[in-house]
Design a protein around this ligand. Sequence first.
Ligand code: HEM
Length: 225
Amino acid sequence: MRRVVHFYRSTVGKKVAMAASGAVLFFWVIAHMLGNLTTFQGPEKINAYAEGLRTFGEPFFGPGQVLWMVRLVLIACVAIHVLAALQLWWLSRAARPVGYHNPPHLELSYASRTLRWGGVIIFLYVAYHLMHFTLGTVHPDFRSGDVYHNLVVGFQAWPVAAVYILAVGALGFHLYHGVWSTFQTLGLNHPRYNRYRRAAAAVIAVGLFVGFVSVPVAVLAGVLR
Ligand code: HEM
């Protein structure tokens, strides 16, 4: 444990913690997007899927227990990701209180700026999203357990759908730059492979974006109702 804490104290340790927690969140987001696509199979499927998440692990675990274990892992990953990001930002500011006159590595500073602001937007979005579809406090007609109804009614208000589409766009950029900067941290930046690295990051980001926006767009288009 002491060795882990010692490693975390270094800049590389913080970057590795960011990459590892980011990777867990990344795979969870992919699973969430794929789960959302069951909405296209109708109300029974998506509602059964959501119920399946709540009862997962029964009879060995009680209702909601596995779900809460997953939630705790996710919360820990978000906390590590945010804490390491803030500490790295403070470290870089402390190292250079006055900015570069001619900033070097323009690409790098562009990526970290986008990551920082994208991270703030995604954080605020998730807070709103939980109040909207999980707690239902900001939903006009929330019905516990009827995810299909909640989605269709929620996205029929176009400004709400627009917020989701913009937030998922910010997530796409965040993942694109996140994957890119993880390769940078790992030192995988050989010019010969950079092209493939960018293409891979772009395909993942665009795939997630399209998968997520398909639900609000289908509601607005009247395909899901
Ligand atoms: C258009 C895009 C999205 C749609 C339609 C959507 C839909 C939903 C729905 C319906 C739920 C509630 C499920 C239930 O209570 O059974 C949910 C939960 C959640 N969503 Fe999303 N989501 C979207 C994007 C995202 C994104 C981009 C993130 C994260 C960056 C996210 C994070 C979460 C979290 C953390 C929960 C709570 C999960 C839990 O109960 O443990 N969602 N989402």
